[in-house]
Design a protein around this ligand. Structure first.
Ligand code: FES
Length: 157
């Protein structure tokens, strides 16, 4: 069996179940600590409208995007609703999907979609039809004040 096929089968076993959510912007508030070092991440759960949205905030490198910039997105994959992960070992993800990546990525094990947090969640590998939904947030000292999740969250396809 080829290495790539083996890795894909291994990942499929560990893939999660899809989320089922109502579509539409959800408002609420949660205050996770802000990540402070380049490529550091903080995960959180944003509760609104009786639902819980898994989120991730990633500190992007100052030398590339400017001081203190974060990528803050919902971890529900826009393809069919699995929860994707954050992979700092981007070379391994590249081996799995047969592409070359140059920075940490977001990777959905269900059907191998890959997103680039450095480029606002750009889809680097399909079948995802769009980037992950984003959260609106504000800085509050060392914390983030997560305020809402983008319209359309939970609309898959
Ligand atoms: S649910 Fe993520 S790629 Fe299909």
């Amino acid at each position: 069996m080829k290495r790539r096929t083996f890795l894909q089968r291994l990942l499929f076993i560990g893939a999660g179940f899809p989320y089922v959510l109502r579509v539409g912007r959800a408002w609420g508030e949660t205050r996770p600590a802000a990540p402070s070092h380049d490529w550091e991440s903080v995960e959180f759960s944003f509760d609104a409208n009786g639902q819980s949205y898994p989120g991730i905030a990633i500190k992007l490198p100052d030398t590339v995007v400017g001081d203190g910039k974060l990528y803050v997105a919902c971890k529900i994959c826009p393809h069919q609703g699995c929860e994707f992960g954050y992979e700092r070992n981007f070379e391994l993800v590249g081996d799995i999907v047969g592409k070359t990546f140059v920075n940490p990525v977001l990777f959905c094990r269900c059907h191998m979609s890959v997103y680039d947090p450095l480029r606002n969640g750009k889809v680097l590998n399909g079948p995802a039809p769009r980037p992950p939904w984003l959260f609106t947030y504000a800085r509050d000292g060392q914390a983030l004040k997560i305020q809402s999740v983008e319209d359309g969250v939970g609309h898959f396809g």
